[in-house]
Design a protein around this ligand. Structure first.
Ligand code: TUI
Length: 316
């Protein structure tokens, strides 16, 4: 067992969170992850509150373990989604892609553990002061919407800035990543891409296959010109997006080009014109296995590595 301040806070056996990936992180994946002793998370993405409520209901039928909901704050339904999560008294909320300060107090009053994603020490400091329970420090190796600092540089700097537990994310897909994160002072990890290539994930088989086939140079970042950088696998969609940005196409047109692309990849398996959001760890993912196998392997490998360097484990 790897006990850390995170396992204590969340009352779960393993210091692992599953990323709350839009369209991909449904109750099926979250249930498998939570049942395997980690924290499963439903990704609200840009979905309306009614969808999220239905997901929570289904997840409660499939597990009695703690779980979370991730809300990207650019979701136009964010207020309603968060209201549903408060009504449903979920265990944990993670937030991304924005500043969650206005939501922290109402969430905490409802007994919900609040764990925002940060990509800078400035926001980390502010969120600790505003009452966040822990933080996810997410490096630019991650898939989807990202910041600009790498995990190796960001995590220790966030750890040095705050006293609450820090969870490392970005570029982590196995026990080496978990052991390294603990050595950087993190209390656990969040993995996204690794959990797409699992049996329980509802992503189309062609999306999973694209991740398994990827190497370390298979991803690219688009959207810098919009102020919303997004990492995805290189394909006609991401190359086309880059081309529009290079030509200085209007923001409306670039946004219109991107609309519906993630759904096309995840649901329809359109690996050519869809947006295959994935992190640089895709090159480390070589098989499609159960979520439980991912977790067992990750913990066993980290434990073996840490047996030679036990001083890196921050005890609960
Ligand atoms: O949220 C994410 N990753 C996401 S959300 C998403 S949904 C989507 N995106 C594009 C098209 C269609 C659907 C896909 N990927 N990660 C968490 C994250 N948050 N990464 C970086 C940040 C972040 C960045 C800046 C958090 C806060 C922040 O601060 C802004 C501020 O106001 O200070």
């Amino acid at each position: 067992m790897l006990q850390t301040p995170l396992t204590k806070l969340l009352k779960i056996p393993h210091p692992i969170l599953q990323g709350g990936m839009a369209w991909v992180a449904t109750w099926e994946l979250a249930a498998a992850v939570s049942n395997a002793g980690s924290l499963g998370i439903i990704g609200a993405g840009s979905a309306p509150a009614s969808f999220v409520r239905e997901q929570i209901t289904q997840l409660r039928r499939a597990t009695d373990k703690p779980f979370g909901v991730n809300v990207p704050l650019f979701n136009s339904f964010a207020d309603e989604v968060i209201a549903v999560c408060i009504e449903e008294r979920i265990s944990v909320m993670t937030t991304g892609a924005g500043n969650p300060v206005p939501y922290i107090e109402p969430l905490k009053s409802a007994g919900i553990i609040v764990i925002p994603v940060v990509a800078s020490t400035a926001l980390a400091r502010r969120l600790e002061r505003s009452g966040a329970d822990a933080l996810i420090a997410e490096g630019e190796e991650s898939g989807g919407h990202i910041g600009t600092v790498s995990t190796l540089a960001l995590v220790p700097q966030v750890v040095d800035t705050v006293s609450i537990p820090v969870i490392a994310a970005g570029g982590i897909a196995d026990g080496r990543g978990l052991a390294a994160a603990l050595a950087l002072g993190a209390a656990g990890v969040q993995m996204g891409t690794r959990f797409i290539a699992t049996d329980e994930c509802i992503a189309h088989p062609l999306y999973k296959e694209a991740i398994v086939k990827a190497n370390e140079r298979s991803t690219m970042v688009t959207g810098y010109s919009l102020g919303h950088p997004v990492r995805s696998l290189r394909n006609q969609c991401s190359i086309g997006f880059e081309e529009l940005e290079r030509r200085g196409t209007s923001e409306e047109e670039v946004i219109a080009f991107g609309t519906g692309r993630l759904r096309a990849a995840v649901i329809d398996g359109d690996v050519i014109n869809g947006s295959l959001m994935a992190g640089q760890s895709a090159g480390m993912v070589h098989d499609i296995v159960s979520a439980q196998t991912v977790i067992e392997r990750t913990v066993a490998q980290a434990q073996a590595l840490l047996a030679t360097a036990p001083q890196y484990v921050v005890e609960a």
